[in-house]
Design a binder for this molecule. Sequence first.
Ligand code: FDA
Length: 405
Amino acid sequence: MSSAMERYDSIIIGAGAAGLYAAFHAGRRGRRVLLLEHNAEVGAKILISGGGRCNFTNLHAAPDRFISANPHFARSALARHTQHDVLALIQKHRITHYEKTLGQLFCDGARSSQKIVRMLLDECAAANVDIRTLYRINAVQRSDRFVVDTMMGAFESATLTIATGGYPIPKLGATGFAFDIAEQFGIPVIETRPGLVPLTFADSDLAWMRPLSGVSANVIARAGKASFREAALFTHRGLSGPAVLQASSYWRIGESISIDWLPDAPEDALAARKRERPKAQLKTVMAEFMSERLATALLQSWTAGILAGETPAVQEIGAFKDSALIDLMRSCKSFTLTPNGDEGYAKAEVMVGGVDTNALSQQTMEARAVPGLFFIGEAVDVTGWLGGYNFQWAWSSGWAAGQVI
Ligand code: FDA
């Protein structure tokens, strides 16, 4: 039966960032590589990433910017194939780019993420990678070699690499295929959940949050031990924006998050203003630190909790004791909120959890218990921060496998 099958050295399933990257690195080594993708086109997430400009890496990529049950796992691949190696490839292909903020490197120009897909396809073509799209996988088997049975025939190979990503954005073709294969081969999976995802709130919170929909503020968002100083954005269902997306990856259902709405103001800032301008209205002074709508909402929230119905917004700041003003500042600087959920995989930029790294070699991404089987990219329990880190993991892990498959 196997003699009728097409034979390859390496089969890779999933032609996203990690799969394409692994494919051409293996192909460059003279390996005969087959890359199977069920979508009609490769790299769907690359195309929509970074608002169409693909934030392809981060200058500050380092292991501490990744979440994993085993925080040391990503070290080897990230150190052996770095953001500078990726940048060299981008430069070789003359793709213009810029640093947006916080080390985040984006392609330059509307829909410029197409150039990243083009680059990957050109590298695959130069390395003779056989890419087949619209191939649905029926089953995978292993004896002395791997056999991949598809709707359009079976293929066999010495190694099989699973690069099918995680659950986010099912409408782009995301599946749990990697976890089905892990289960088939007895490889453990760390519980998965949406990451880099907007957080939602109960109606009681939305009563004050919803009128602020569209308002953004520079904040520090904290979840567990993690804290992120970036923008937060009110949505009609709760909170989003980079700081909240980052915190969401560390947040678990039932836990609270804390927001510092005034990261630049010390606790005694209002008391100091009181001495300078005691006749000024409290709300006016608050609005010097943040948008007026947010100042009003935070004052109302503080009022409800502390002053039981009084309306300090119309009162002169001089009417308040210093201790009350410091208390108000404290409540703005460690404002505790308990999300009732998140917007799920339909809106998540990434998945937290995945194939347990303890079951994989950190040098090669090969499953320890199943020689020849590799997992790379988002399918693995390594999740980056917002800002190009997730693509860097796809490139680094793809490169690591590409050296040996
Ligand atoms: P990826 O999901 O890219 O690829 C998996 C491939 O496998 C897909 O082509 C899929 O169709 C295919 N596949 C799935 N199941 C299959 C099956 N059963 N059979 C065959 N093929 C199958 N990150 C970043 O660093 N910078 C950024 O700017 C952004 N922006 C961004 C925006 C949005 C809206 C999202 C949703 C995500 C991002 N990300 C990001 C995250 C980034 O896109 C993600 O981490 C990588 O694409 C992961 O690369 P992988 O190759 O592992 O999976």
